[in-house]
Each structure stands twice: as structure tokens, then as C-alpha cells.
Design a protein around this ligand. Structure first.
Ligand SMILES: Cc1cc2nc3c(=O)[nH]c(=O)nc-3n(C[C@H](O)[C@H](O)[C@H](O)COP(=O)(O)OP(=O)(O)OC[C@H]3O[C@@H](n4cnc5c(N)ncnc54)[C@H](O)[C@@H]3O)c2cc1C
Length: 382
């Protein structure tokens, strides 16, 4: 099969998340043309969610290759590295305060990160409102992208950066994500500093993890006084419908949570019940471990599409590292195929190794480790 050079090829990235946008940015820095397709109608049509810590060794490394590290640090919150571990009575078990000048894992709002990456791309690079349905075409030739709006596009290389329920994945692997048995229920506070100073004091400037062995919560500060709380519960995937609750029945869900978390201290219960807006159900899925595939010319995957793992603080960093390494491999290689093989060799070995270590680890979010044995908070342990 003839494999074109990266500079003459039509490269399509599916997904304008942190992985897809980082890949596009690093490719453009090396003069390689790229088109990104995303199903969202536009960049701000959907709340981008909470805060992400970007690590020196992966997420920050990718931003350095993207030429965006200084802009990242102008937005990042190093103070967000503060982490507290509490028991269900509200007793502080462990408290990590970052040293002055510590920038190993600063936090940034997910929306700020997406905007930073989008601003760095030429207008028109991202085609919004294009939900991919499938990838077709011969294994030895260009691929056809089929979108939900009935349009199609051709590509010599399709990069699946389309997240947990990737539509590109089927072109390389039959694997599908499985429910881990753990559900996150997301709640948020718009301005905790003014409206709930006692909760601001309780969580501090970073995050707080509380658990009693059966259930947990993870509270995370964002910019502008926002606070996001993930209630971590061992529940069936359809727990809400099975309990006769609807997603917009905020009072019904609240009553159920008061029942489940009733033995927790009144102060902690306020984190669960005094939230603004509705609760958002986020069942946690993961790909089978290991997830690998035979090299397939013209298609590859990165980030959650390649290796969806439980959310234990590595997902975005791995997605951005994959993205940067794939783009650099394309900048170095003489053919698309050589670049993708190089990238997959490293990425699949790394993600398999990490996925094995994190398999089943979501349960850690339901218990508080002994701080003497585990000086770092549970959610950041590797
Ligand atoms: C509740 C929760 C909390 C988390 N917290 C953290 C954390 O604190 N730290 C951390 O590192 N990780 C965290 N993660 C994991 C992290 O969110 C992911 O690992 C990371 O976002 C993966 O990036 P990505 O670019 O691969 O995919 P995504 O961020 O999922 O981006 C995928 C993009 O593809 C688009 N898309 C999807 N399907 C299609 C389609 N068919 N056609 C076109 N476009 C499509 C989407 O609109 C989206 O823009 C968390 C995950 C969850 C669920």
C-alpha cells in the first residue's frame, strides 16, 4: 500500500477534546495540515465540567510542545494542589499543602484548557456540529468519514480522539467500554466563597476527599469561586430509573442521598444537598484491560478512545501525551504508516501498563487510606 507523507496527506482528527486539540496544535506547529471534527454544535454549547491537574511529565510536556506552556501557567492554579482527606465525621486525616513555587500538578478549568487550545488554531480548523457515525473504506486506501448529518469526507489518516464511546474505535478493535459498578453523581456550587463560606473553608483551595468504606465524595475547587462535588457510589448503572427517579427530580435525588449519607456530619451533608442546579449522573465506564489492536493502516486512536480508564487523575494527561507523541511522530516520519506504527508501539505499551495498575482501583474512592501508609490523597495515588 502507498502511504503518503504526512505533509501531503489529509489528516482528520475526530474530537475537539484536550487530546484532539493538542494533536492538531502540535501538527500545525510542524506545518502539517489537519482538520478536526466535533459533534458539539460549537465550542461553548456544553459545560466542559470540572478542574484538571496537568502533570509536569505528561500534560505540561504536551503543552510545551504545543508552545502554550506560558499561557497555561498564566491561567493555572498551583494553589489547587492543596488536598485534604477527611473522615465521615469531618475530621481531617491528612492535609497536603503545596510548597511555594510547586508547579508539578497545577489545576486548570477544563473549559479554560479547551479555549486555550482552540485559540491557538487557525480559524476553520475545527468543524463543529459534525458527529461521526462511522469510518469506512478499504484497508489499503483512503478512508471515508460518515457523519450523522449525512455528509462525508475523505481522509488518509483518521485519528480517533472521540473519547469514551468513540465511533472511530470500531475500525481497529471490537472492544466496548464496560460499566465499572461505580457511579459519580455530580453537583456544583456557583460561588462557594460568597454563598457558602463554611464549605469554602472545609474544602480549602484545592480538593477534599471523604469516604466511609461504602460511599465517598470528592470536592474540587474551580476558578471564580466554583466548587464541583462528585458523589462516588457503588450503584447499578440504571440506579436512577430503577429507583423511580428522573434526572430533573432534584428534590427526589436529594432525599435519596440524605438517606444514603445520613450518618455523615451535618457540615459534610451540606456539600451533598446545598448545591446549585440539578445533579448530573456520570456512570463510570472503562475499556477491558489490556486494550490493544493490530496496526490498521489509515486509522489510529488516542486518549480515552484508546484506553478509557477509571477517573483517577491521569486521563487528560495521558490523552495529551498521546496526542503530542503522535503529532511529533508524524513530523519526524517520511510516511503516515511509519509514524503511526512508531506511536502505537510506545502508546499501547504505556497505556496497558497503567490500565493494569488502575483496573478496579475506582473502589479506592470509597475508602480513606491510612495517611501514614499513603501520604498522598487517594485520588492522586498511582
Ligand atoms: C467525572 C469525571 C471526572 C474526571 N476527572 C479527571 C481529572 O480530574 N483528571 C484527569 O486527568 N482526568 C479526569 N477525567 C478523565 C478525563 O476527562 C478524560 O480522560 C479526558 O477528557 C480524555 O480526553 P480525550 O481528548 O481523549 O476525550 P474527551 O475529553 O472525552 O473528548 C472527546 C471529544 O470528542 C467529541 N466526540 C465524541 N464523540 C464524537 C463523535 N461521534 N463525532 C465527533 N466528535 C465526537 C466530544 O464532543 C469531545 O469534544 C475525568 C472523567 C470523568 C468522567
Amino acid at each position: 500500500m502507498h502511504s503518503p507523507t504526512p505533509r501531503e496527506a489529509r489528516i482528520a482528527v475526530i474530537g475537539a477534546g484536550p487530546g484532539g486539540l493538542t494533536c492538531a496544535r502540535v501538527l500545525r506547529r510542524h506545518g502539517i495540515p489537519v482538520t478536526v471534527y466535533d459533534r458539539d454544535p460549537d465550542a461553548h454549547s456544553r459545560d466542559q465540567g470540572g478542574s484538571l491537574d496537568l502533570h509536569e511529565e505528561d500534560g505540561q510536556r504536551a503543552l510545551r510542545e504545543a508552545g502554550l506552556l506560558a499561557e497555561f501557567f498564566a491561567l493555572a492554579r498551583p494553589e489547587g494542589q492543596e488536598a485534604r482527606l477527611l473522615d465521615a465525621t469531618g475530621r481531617l486525616l491528612d492535609h497536603h499543602l503545596p510548597d511555594e513555587g510547586d508547579t508539578a500538578r497545577p489545576e486548570i478549568d477544563r473549559g479554560q484548557l479547551r479555549d486555550l487550545l482552540l485559540r491557538s488554531l487557525d480559524a476553520g480548523t475545527v468543524h463543529w456540529g459534525r458527529a461521526l457515525r462511522s469510518v469506512s473504506g478499504p484497508a489499503d486506501g483512503p478512508r471515508t468519514l460518515e457523519f450523522a448529518d449525512g455528509t462525508t469526507a475523505g481522509a488518509d489518516l483518521v485519528i480517533g480522539a472521540d473519547g469514551a464511546f468513540s465511533r472511530v474505535r470500531a475500525a481497529v478493535s471490537p472492544a466496548t467500554p464496560r460499566y465499572t459498578g461505580i457511579g459519580f453523581l455530580e453537583a456544583w456550587f456557583d460561588d462557594v466563597e460568597t454563598a457558602h463560606p463554611e464549605l469554602s473553608e472545609l474544602v480549602g483551595r484545592g480538593s477534599a476527599h471523604v469516604a466511609d468504606g461504602e460511599r465517598g465524595l470528592f470536592a474540587q475547587r474551580g476558578s471564580g469561586g466554583r466548587l464541583r462535588v462528585y458523589l462516588v457510589r457503588r450503584v447499578p448503572v440504571d440506579w436512577m430509573a430503577a429507583s423511580g427517579l428522573r434526572p430533573d427530580d432534584t428534590e427526589g435525588i436529594r432525599a435519596r442521598l440524605l438517606d444514603e449519607y445520613g450518618a455523615w456530619s451535618p457540615e459534610l451533608l451540606r456539600l451533598i444537598t446545598d448545591n446549585d442546579g440539578p445533579y448530573v449522573d456520570r456512570p463510570i465506564f472503562a475499556l477491558p484491560v489490556p486494550h490493544t489492536w493490530e496496526h490498521t493502516p489509515g486509522v489510529t486512536l488516542l486518549g480515552d478512545a484508546a484506553h478509557l480508564m477509571p477517573p483517577l487523575g491521569v486521563g487528560v494527561n495521558l490523552a495529551m501525551l498521546d496526542a503530542c507523541e503522535l503529532a511529533l511522530a508524524l513530523a519526524r516520519a517520511t510516511t503516515l504508516d511509519e509514524a503511526v506504527r512508531d506511536y502505537e508501539r510506545t502508546m499501547l505499551a504505556r497505556s496497558t501498563n497503567l490500565a493494569r495498575r488502575l483496573e478496579g482501583a475506582t473502589g479506592h474512592l470509597l475508602s480513606t487510606p491510612d495517611p501514614a501508609e499513603h501520604p498522598q490523597p487517594a485520588h492522586t495515588r498511582r
